[in-house]
Design a binder for this molecule. Structure first.
Ligand SMILES: [Fe+2]
Length: 151
């Protein structure tokens, strides 16, 4: 039996899907990486601030950040290819988020257990907002492009 805190932080739901398979798969992976990060933090709670905890936290955090960077780059390439009118706005949101995460990466060695949990919450909220609000806005442009080009 697993303890309550061993459960995923959030479950991927069908309603998060945008209907663009390549993007949906990446968003799903992002949520999975956030769950890994959360589980790494709670499993190592009693070693918080010790070298092993910092190592586990920084490895999970880097894996998440690397994938976020990949996702943003792929998303921007796709939106540029379809000629999405709000591409610049998407790009600046991506840049602001990446900068915020970079600040956390720089100071992870001082991160307490509570800070780490707050950071995961921030990550989830941002990602879910990103999917449900900002990404939703480009769906019709991408699908319309695919329809016109028989993709
Ligand atoms: Fe996205």
């Amino acid at each position: 039996m697993t303890a309550d805190f061993e459960k995923d932080f959030i479950k991927w739901e069908k309603r998060f899907e945008l209907g663009i398979p390549v993007i949906d798969a990446q968003h799903k992976r992002l949520v999975a990486l956030c769950n890994d990060l959360y589980l790494t933090i709670v499993r190592n709670k009693y070693r918080a601030m010790q070298p092993e905890w910092q190592e586990a936290f920084s490895d999970a955090l880097r894996a998440t950040v690397d994938y976020i960077t990949t996702h943003f780059s792929d998303e921007e390439k796709l939106l540029s290819a379809v000629g999405y009118a709000e591409l610049d706005s998407q790009k600046s949101q991506h840049r602001a988020f990446t900068a915020q995460i970079a600040r956390t990466l720089k100071t992870f060695h001082q991160t307490t257990f509570q800070d780490a949990i707050e950071f995961v919450k921030f990550l989830y909220n941002w990602i879910l907002h990103h999917i449900a609000v900002s990404d939703k806005q480009y769906v019709s442009a991408v699908l319309e492009f695919c329809r016109r080009n028989g993709a």
